[in-house]
Write a protein that binds this ligand. Structure first.
Ligand code: CU
Length: 81
């Protein structure tokens, strides 16, 4: 996932994952912000010099938004199960 020039690029739709799988989300951005995965409530800083990486076990089923927290920009939606 990338956020460049005010635009989200990459697979910005709904991304399915299998429950129980280990999932890694990497996000790059040309502005400083925080990547927030709802439901799991995980977050990590992102910015011009910082690639954001979230690694977790997909243990909660449902549909969860991944967003740039401060901008309130939806990056994509994670679908578990
Ligand atoms: Cu959030």
């Amino acid at each position: 996932m990338s956020y460049v020039g005010g635009q989200v690029t990459g697979d910005s739709g709904r991304v399915p994952v299998t429950p129980g799988d280990q999932v890694t989300i990497t996000v790059t951005s040309d502005v400083a912000d925080e990547v927030h995965l709802h439901g799991y409530d995980l977050s990590a800083p992102v910015g011009p010099d910082t690639m954001s990486t979230l690694t977790f076990q997909a243990s909660i089923s449902g549909v969860f938004e991944v967003e740039l927290e401060e901008l309130g920009t939806l990056l994509f939606t994670l679908q578990v199960g």
